[in-house]
Structures are given as structure tokens and as C-alpha cells.
Write a protein that binds this ligand. Structure first.
Ligand code: SME
Length: 171
């Protein structure tokens, strides 16, 4: 891995992300190796969470992409891209807290139909939340919000899970 003056050169000559066109699947297929390159050799979790959010946001232009991390029995806001967001979410609350409690991905095509949805942004219309599970424990969630209805489907679930599976948590 090339390291020069503290800057990792993992995306080729330039540091820019190669944003691709095509189907959603093609976009993920182009993005995932680039995310792998960004994570390679970097052990700092926050740095890696930050770059994942930036890469997903740049590629898909979703309203909000971010991580919440489990800290002392709450979800606490971590790295994200998008509008300011709620900082703490209890287990079982909202889409994020429900995905944590149920240890499963939640696809919400219309947030207004999800009882207890927490509206961090009034522009959010649909949402997907993927719990990050290690050794049976939820360590955090990846939350993605769209300003369009029904933006997320099984393709997103599969590829976003693949991306969160790339994360290495300490210990
Ligand atoms: N809508 C989420 C809260 C987090 S924000 O969307 C960033 C929820 O219901 O858990």
C-alpha cells in the first residue's frame, strides 16, 4: 500500500472516486472495489466509516448516508454525509433502533408508514438500515435515507451488507 506523507494513494493517480453510471448493480460493482481500496491497510474505524459514507454519497447522491454506533446501550451518531441528524437513538426506537433490536435489515419504502419513524430530516421519504453484527452482537447500523419514495430494494440490501461486512471492528 502506497503511503506518502500520510496520504494513502489507493485510488490510482488521483484521489478522486470514479463515479459510474449504469444500473444500480453496476454502480455497486464499480464502487465496491474502490471502497476495498480505501479500507485496505487502514485500521482506524472512524476513518473507514467516513470514507464509506463519502463514497456511497458521492456515487448515489442519497439524501443521507451514515453510521450510528452502539455506545452504552444507545445508538450514537457516527460519521455521515448529509443534513444534520439526531445524535442518540434508543434500542427499539425508529428504524435504526428497530434494526438493532431485531438484528435485521429494515427496508422502509415510505417512512410515514413506519410506526415510530424518527424524522431527522423532513425531506426523508424512504430508508434502509443495515445492522453491523459481529459475533452475534450489533455494533452499529448503516442508515441510508432518500428523498424519494421506495428508493431501496434487495439489491441495496445485498451490496450495502457486503460493504458493511468489509469493516473490521477492534477486538
Ligand atoms: N430515520 C431514522 C433516524 C436517523 S435519521 O434518518 C438520520 C430512524 O427512524 O431511526
Amino acid at each position: 500500500m502506497a503511503r506518502q506523507a500520510g496520504v494513502r494513494l489507493t485510488l490510482g493517480m488521483a484521489e478522486d472516486l470514479n463515479v459510474s453510471a449504469g444500473s444500480k448493480e453496476e454502480q455497486y460493482m464499480s464502487l465496491i472495489p474502490q471502497i476495498a481500496g480505501l479500507l485496505e491497510g487502514e485500521t482506524d474505524l472512524i476513518a473507514n466509516l467516513g470514507n464509506i459514507c463519502a463514497a456511497l454519497h458521492e456515487q448515489f447522491r442519497w439524501l443521507w448516508v451514515g453510521f450510528y454506533l452502539v455506545k452504552e446501550d444507545e445508538l450514537v451518531l457516527g460519521p455521515f454525509q448529509g443534513p444534520v441528524a439526531c445524535t442518540r437513538i434508543r434500542r427499539g426506537r425508529g428504524v435504526c433502533g428497530s434494526a438493532w433490536q431485531q438484528k435485521k435489515t429494515l427496508l422502509v419504502p415510505d417512512v410515514e408508514q413506519f410506526p415510530g419513524h424518527i424524522a431527522c430530516s423532513s425531506r426523508s421519504r424512504s430508508e434502509i438500515v443495515i445492522p453491523v453484527v459481529r459475533k452475534g452482537e450489533v455494533l452499529g447500523v448503516l442508515d441510508v435515507d432518500s428523498d424519494a419514495l421506495a428508493s431501496f430494494d434487495l439489491t441495496d440490501e445485498i451490496y450495502l451488507t457486503r460493504i458493511t461486512d468489509m469493516l473490521v471492528f477492534g477486538d
